[in-house]
Design a protein around this ligand. Structure first.
Ligand code: NAP
Length: 487
């Protein structure tokens, strides 16, 4: 039987998921390249105080590695990272993983892919599977004077444990999931928190209760409970996603819930400042059990005046007010369109990824591209789904990729890539559907691409799973046949 040599780039959620899927399908010749020192991707990089996943623990996990030990309804970042490390070790990925090696380039040679690593090695692979994630390149704000600040400046994804927060006045720029979590965690722990808000966010209320010893015992003893809980959450998210992609009752209901939640802010002036002028879910919905409580504290200040510049001692807003600070936290998000960059990827006829994506990241069914044979992506363009868990997306996409690898192993083809026509059709359908989604209802967000349309799948996650788990349509692909049989 032919055995493909496979490179997986990235050992976060999707890389781990892919590695496990390969092993389970009997593929043994694969290398998992990871530039960091451990598994976990975003959950390894993000260690800021207050980091909690806003998808329930019992849903934010792999179906092949159900964990009865989750401590709370919503897990903390470190707990998820430990879970992912455990999955990787339990499924034998350690022997396949090369930590500290960044893939710098991958070039299709006509006889597979030539992959260059930061360790100077250049190797040949039959397939390259990119599991590089999309929220890893920090978006650093271009604010005049940022370099002049004498205190400490940290982006939320570059947290430094050596920075002492005790007794410090802390500024937080950004009001997304990260900024609200930071403010929720720091309020009351430091003498002063100043949140700089450019745009207010709608907040979905929640309660993060702990699982009792008895309930964990039950989940341990009755695995069916874990599965039931997973599917219950899946049903809830499926209902929620209807509101994302169609106007209607779900959207109206969520709007009502967040507006009601906002009423818990007692001061009408503060409430007005926190009131968005766009529909709920247009930006990624923030889920929090503590933000409104935190922002109403006397030691927390919300600044809505625009930032003019930063000087040695703090932030100066457009009204001329100087906000004295010791630490400035940038919760300013990520370049979500960077996808596999800065890797230099070159497909057939010298076509580079940057050329192919000059108008923005485009793929076929989220996982493949024309002109880049035998290259697959996990959680690639248009496959993130707002608040939907990436664990589920990665599982479905891994199954599709394993399907192709199995066909290669059976000798059905040498290389596969989608046709340009199929890819164009697929992207045109998505663009046509985009206007009915909530993401185009009048707000700025990281979901939007250069053309102002969301780079998200514009239908429900279950519709995507159905598509990606179906048998690929032969006419959509160009397959080349094997000239010689490999050993
Ligand atoms: P984000 O949602 O992109 O929010 C960035 C914030 O920074 C926004 O409030 C933005 O304001 C502000 N900002 C950016 N540049 C600025 C500037 N120059 N001056 C002033 N404000 C500026 O980033 P995030 O909060 O890090 O979240 C990113 C994504 O990570 C989330 O959407 C989510 O997918 C993921 N995440 C998930 C969790 C979880 O619980 N699962 C937790 C954290 C993050 P504007 O709104 O005006 O642009």
């Amino acid at each position: 039987m032919n055995t493909p040599r496979i490179a997986i780039v990235g050992a976060g959620i999707s890389g781990i998921c892919m590695g496990v899927a390969l092993r389970r399908a009997g593929f043994t010749d694969f290398t998992l390249f990871e530039k960091g020192a451990d598994y976990g991707g975003t959950w390894r990089d993000n260690v800021y105080p207050g980091l909690v996943c806003d998808v329930p623990s019992r849903y934010y996990q792999f179906t092949f590695a159900m964990n009865p030990e989750w401590s709370r309804l919503y897990s903390t970042g470190p707990e998820i990272k430990d879970y992912l490390v455990g999955v990787a070790h339990d499924h034998g990925l350690r022997e396949h993983t090369r930590f500290g090696v960044e893939v710098t380039a991958a070039e299709f040679t006509g006889d597979g892919w030539r992959v260059s690593g930061s360790d100077g090695r250049v190797e040949r692979f039959d397939f390259v599977l990119c599991a590089t994630g999309f929220l890893h390149r920090p978006n650093l704000p271009d604010i005049p004077g940022l370099d002049e600040f004498r205190g400490t400046v940290m982006h939320s994804a570059r947290w430094r444990d050596d920075v002492e927060l005790t007794g410090k006045r802390v500024g937080v720029i950004g009001t997304g999931s990260t900024g609200t979590q930071l403010v929720g965690a720091l309020a009351g722990q430091v003498p002063k928190v100043v949140m700089f808000q450019r745009t207010p966010q709608w907040i979905l209320p929640t309660v993060n209760r702990a699982y009792t010893g008895v309930s964990k015992q039950l989940y341990r003893r009755i695995p069916l409970l874990g599965k039931a809980s997973y599917h219950l959450n899946r049903g809830f998210f499926a209902a929620f996603s209807q509101g994302l992609v169609h106007p209607g009752r779900v959207r109206t209901f969520i709007q009502w819930v967040v507006a009601r939640n906002l009423r818990s802010v007692e001061d009408p002036v503060l409430r007005r400042k926190l009131t968005p002028d766009y529909q709920a879910m247009c930006k990624r919905l923030v889920v929090s059990d503590r933000f409104y409580r935190a922002i109403q504290r006397p030691d927390v200040e919300l600044v809505t005046e625009g930032i003019d510049h930063i000087d040695e001692h703090g932030v100066v807003t457009a009204d001329g007010v100087h906000h004295d600070l010791d630490i400035l936290l940038l919760a300013t998000g990520f370049d979500s369109h960077a996808f596999m960059r800065p890797m230099a990827i070159t497909g057939t006829d010298g076509r580079t990824l940057d050329e192919a994506w000059a108008a923005g990241p485009r793929a076929f069914e989220g996982v493949m591209m024309p002109d880049f044979p035998n290259l697959f992506m996990l959680v690639g363009p248009h496959s993130p789904f707002a608040n939907h868990p990436l664990t589920a997306v990665a599982e479905a996409q891994s199954a599709r990729i394993v399907g192709w690898l199995t066909r290669w192993r059976a000798g059905e083809f040498e290389t596969v890539a989608p046709t340009r026509a199929a890819t164009d059709r697929y992207n045109a359908r998505m663009r046509a559907a985009a206007p009915s989604t909530v993401w185009t209802t009048g707000c700025q967000s990281w979901y939007l691409g250069k053309d102002g349309l969301p780079e998200l799948w514009p239908w429900t996650p279950s519709a995507y799973e159905k598509l990606i788990r179906s048998t690929p349509t032969a006419a959509d692909y160009r397959l080349s046949q094997r000239a010689v049989t490999r050993k």
